[in-house]
Design a protein around this ligand. Structure first.
Ligand code: FES
Ligand code: FES
Length: 139
């Protein structure tokens, strides 16, 4: 339907024009994470000051879902506290289980476009790769 088409376009836009792709200088947290089922990998860098995520950038290789998810994730966690970012990650996991999510309350940006991924179990790891990296980075 039309919503699926729109969501597909949003995903492809993030894949082709990734937001926050690149690396950070200075004192940053660097995390590498890979998807063992395909070998795709992401390097995520976070600049965290006083429990607040000021900057987030990533590089990596992967499928459209994994790269689009990383792009969307870096967009929404910027400016958030670590606690807020972890809450978002938990909500994202619930979304991948097919649960209803209050996108506006969560300030989820374009992430709603990934909700259809929950119907494809093999792709869920693609969508959660960046979030797992973020969780590892702040813990
Ligand atoms: Fe394996 Fe994307 S490269 S599904
Ligand atoms: Fe490798 Fe999607 S197929 S992350």
């Amino acid at each position: 339907n039309n919503l699926d088409t729109l969501y597909r376009q949003v995903i492809m836009d993030h894949y082709k024009n990734p937001r926050n792709r690149g690396t950070l200088d200075g004192e940053v947290l660097t995390v590498e994470m890979n998807n063992p089922t395909c070998g795709d990998r992401i390097q995520l860098q976070l600049s965290v000051v006083d429990d607040k995520i000021n900057e987030a950038k990533f590089v990596g290789e992967g499928c459209s879902i994994s790269m689009a998810s990383a792009s969307m994730m870096t967009q929404v966690i910027k400016g958030k506290s670590i606690e807020e970012a972890l809450k978002m990650s938990e909500a994202f996991s619930h979304m991948m289980l097919g649960d209803e999510i209050d996108f506006e309350k969560l300030d989820f940006g374009d992430i709603a476009a990934l909700q259809g991924v929950s119907q494809f179990p093999a792709r869920i790891k693609c969508a959660t790769l960046a979030w797992k990296a973020m969780e590892k980075g702040v813990h």
